[in-house]
Design a binder for this molecule. Structure first.
Ligand code: FES
Length: 133
């Protein structure tokens, strides 16, 4: 199913996700509901090297959610996003596979930015806001 164009909305201005202070450097992520290719899915944002980054919570190895524990995506070193299922690791800077069973793979990025103390995310052709309950 295709959605009508997002008139005047989030693609330009972003959707408020959380307070910037909710994302501590290399700390827990903030997860949020989305539609990925018109199917319900989850995404997560975390702070890495001072800036928020966000990806769809979907491993490039097998399309499954990756968190070890809810909102816990980084490995013990704090350097890598690690999938809890088979240990694929991804670079938090760009979502590229950096080891494990995801060679050549990449997480699906969700554009985010931070302004006036809040973090916003931006829908795309692939990643749309979740439908309201
Ligand atoms: S499902 Fe993530 S490493 Fe296999």
């Amino acid at each position: 199913m295709n959605h009508p164009p997002l008139a005047g909305h989030p693609a330009d201005t972003g959707l408020e996700l959380c307070e910037g202070s909710a994302l501590q450097e290399r700390g827990l992520a903030v997860s949020f509901d989305i539609q990925l290719w018109d199917h319900p899915a989850r995404a997560f944002a975390l702070r890495f090297d001072g800036r928020p980054v966000a990806y769809v919570n979907r491993c490039a190895h097998v399309p499954a959610e990756m968190d070890w524990q809810p909102d816990h995506f980084l490995d013990d070193s704090g350097e890598w996003i690690m999938c809890a299922i088979h240990g694929a690791i991804y670079d938090p800077r760009d979502g590229r596979c950096a080891g494990g069973p995801c060679p050549g793979g990449k997480l699906i990025e969700v554009k985010v930015d931070e302004r006036d103390g809040k973090v916003y995310w931006y829908p795309s052709a692939d990643v749309q806001p979740a439908f309201p309950d």
